[in-house]
Design a binder for this molecule. Structure first.
Ligand SMILES: [Zn+2]
Length: 135
């Protein structure tokens, strides 16, 4: 049996068994979330789009949570998106281009983990004191 798999220099794969989840709120939609294995870790990136009432949301950031296969929180990271705030669409019937986010996690979560990107409508500084429940 011959293995032709190249170790270490394959095209950037998705970490095995790791899925990604998006969690929007009424004011901000997490439009896309992607993950890719990097050198020793995982890169998470995507885009967000404003929704109804976004203009009244003064503070806003994204939480990147890594939830392990047995449900424990392995990592929590509060990140910002750019531009902040999300640019408004010049045309009411056309959606804006939204904002982008991206972050690098320093380790690869074990298979069965979920990387969850969720909107958190408080300031980054407040994030630690408003820790969200992991269900
Ligand atoms: Zn947060």
């Amino acid at each position: 049996m011959t293995s032709v798999a190249l170790v270490g220099c394959a095209t950037a794969p998705t970490p095995p068994g790791v899925s990604v989840e998006r969690k929007s709120t009424r004011t901000l939609v997490v439009q896309s979330a992607h993950i890719r294995a990097t050198d020793g870790g995982v890169r998470v990136w995507g885009s967000v789009q404003q929704s109804l009432g976004y203009g009244s949301t003064r503070q806003s950031h994204l939480d990147v949570d890594v939830i392990g296969p047995d449900g424990q929180l392995l990592r929590h990271k509060a990140i910002v998106y750019h531009p902040f705030p999300v640019a408004r669409s010049p045309h009411p019937h056309r959606s804006s281009r939204g904002s982008q986010y991206g972050t690098d996690l320093p380790e690869v979560p074990p298979p069965g983990s979920v990387i969850r990107v969720s909107h958190h409508p408080v300031s980054v500084a407040e994030c630690g004191t408003h820790q969200q429940e992991i269900k």
